[in-house]
Design a protein around this ligand. Structure first.
Ligand SMILES: [Zn+2]
Length: 126
């Protein structure tokens, strides 16, 4: 490998490690590597204000660790790079398999979709 290519690789790895050395960012990555999530879901999960969560998401996206996809009015974040997935598997262990929706107190589209329809709740209470 040419010296300049090697230097570039070291510099990229170092940037990535700096991004990973942060508990909240690791929690975000651990969540979005399972399934894509929107900002409001991560906000409830982390218990942090939206501007803070958005800022961490922006840093992670600019660092190439996550990508975003639009679905209607919502933006979902996910880990799309297989190399990043492999890093996270090494650092955090295999991705958790328990269900991530619905999350108590969260009204994001995914959590709302997982709630039983109101008719069922009413029928069950009769
Ligand atoms: Zn949610």
């Amino acid at each position: 490998m040419a010296d300049s290519a090697r230097q570039k690789r070291y510099s990229e790895a170092s940037t990535r490690l700096k991004l990973l050395a942060h508990p909240e960012r690791l929690q975000i990555l651990d969540t979005v590597r399972r399934s894509s999530q929107c900002v409001c879901h991560l906000e409830v999960l982390l218990g942090k204000p939206q501007p803070y969560v958005s800022q961490q998401l922006r840093v992670l996206r600019e660092g190439g660790l996550i990508c975003d996809e639009k679905d209607g009015l919502n933006t979902y974040y996910c880990v799309c790079d297989l190399g990043v997935r492999a890093w996270l598997d090494t650092i955090l262990g295999p991705a958790p398999t328990e269900r991530s929706h619905p999350l108590a107190g969260c009204s994001c589209p995914k959590c709302t979709a997982q709630k039983p329809p109101i008719e069922w709740v009413l029928a069950a209470s009769l």
